[in-house]
Design a protein around this ligand. Structure first.
Ligand SMILES: [Zn+2]
Length: 296
């Protein structure tokens, strides 16, 4: 990909179902941040897990973004078509002796407190099937989140060596997202707070691979009345494609904006230019989550 610009952002949903309000907020925040800075906004389908995702859901997401006038630049990148790229990067890390096989089960890791203790680093043999983990360094990863402020994580103690290739043979999210953010020359990542905790792992991988680090901004996650992130698992209602203006207005308020009353019945084509002009990422609440009921 040859696209180069001062600002390249992206929206990268997993096509596991129709967009719900939480994913609309993430799409809108990344869109507004890109457009307000004259940047590109790309769409990537994170469709690495065929058991959870479908081409129909990906088509549905595209159609919904269209209906909301959230038009992306260029063609859509599908992670399912990028397996060779992930395999090549993984092989380069294996060649550097940075990766090893691990056959530990989730239960075993939970028994030691949920943080992997790198025990398979020092084993000469594992049984099949196994996962591949990358060795983390004993260092503190620090970064400045544009919304949430200074962040740090001690990978070795808080996370441990992490999985790049899962036991079931699928590439892990952490590997694919880092490879694709570099491939698409992404400069700025605006996404949900639930991924804040993954960011140090991604920065670590970027350093290992010599990729330039993007800027990060993590927006609050919309939660239901039980405090659960809106998701297909928690039966979040799909956004209603019949009233895109109303839902964009609610999403703008969620993001700390105060659209004037005379935009109350405006269509997306009127709302979005107003929002681009008035977007202020520092007005986004510096919170991990916000109950959806405040906005519906
Ligand atoms: Zn292990």
């Amino acid at each position: 990909m040859t696209l180069k610009a001062d600002y390249i952002g992206r929206f990268a949903p997993s096509p596991s179902g129709p967009l719900h309000f939480g994913s609309l907020v993430a799409a809108l925040a990344s869109y507004l941040d890109a457009r307000s800075r004259g940047g590109q906004w790309l769409l990537r389908m994170e469709d690495l897990d065929p058991a959870r995702e479908s081409p129909e859901a990906a088509d549905d997401i595209r159609a919904t973004l269209d209906r909301f006038s959230l038009y992306w630049d260029g063609s859509v990148l599908y992670q399912s078509e990028r397996l060779d790229a992930y395999a090549n990067v993984l092989q380069s890390l294996r060649d550097r002796d940075l990766v090893y096989a691990c056959d530990c089960s989730r239960t075993q890791i939970n028994e030691i407190g949920g943080v992997y203790d790198n025990r398979c680093r020092y084993r000469s043999e594992t049984t099949q099937p196994n996962a591949l983990r990358v060795k983390v360094a004993d260092e503190i990863i620090r970064f400045e989140d544009t919304i949430q402020g200074p962040q740090q994580q001690e990978l070795l103690r808080e996370c441990g060596d992490f999985v790049l290739l899962r036991k079931d043979g699928l590439f892990a999210y952490q590997l694919a997202v880092v490879v694709d953010d570099a491939f698409q020359n992404i400069t700025d990542i605006v996404r949900g707070y639930d991924l804040l905790d993954s960011t140090p792992r991604q920065i670590y991988l970027q350093r290992l691979l010599g990729f330039p680090p993007p800027h990060y901004a993590h927006i609050p996650v919309a939660v239901n009345e039980l405090g659960q992130k809106l998701s297909k698992q928690h039966f979040a209602a799909p956004i209603n494609p019949e009233s895109p203006g109303k839902q964009i207005l609610a999403a703008l308020r969620f993001l700390g904006m105060q659209p004037p009353a005379d935009l109350g019945n405006a269509p997306p084509g009127t709302l979005l230019p107003w929002a681009i002009e008035h977007w202020d990422i520092q007005a986004v609440p510096k919170l991990a989550n916000i109950p959806l009921e405040q906005f519906s």
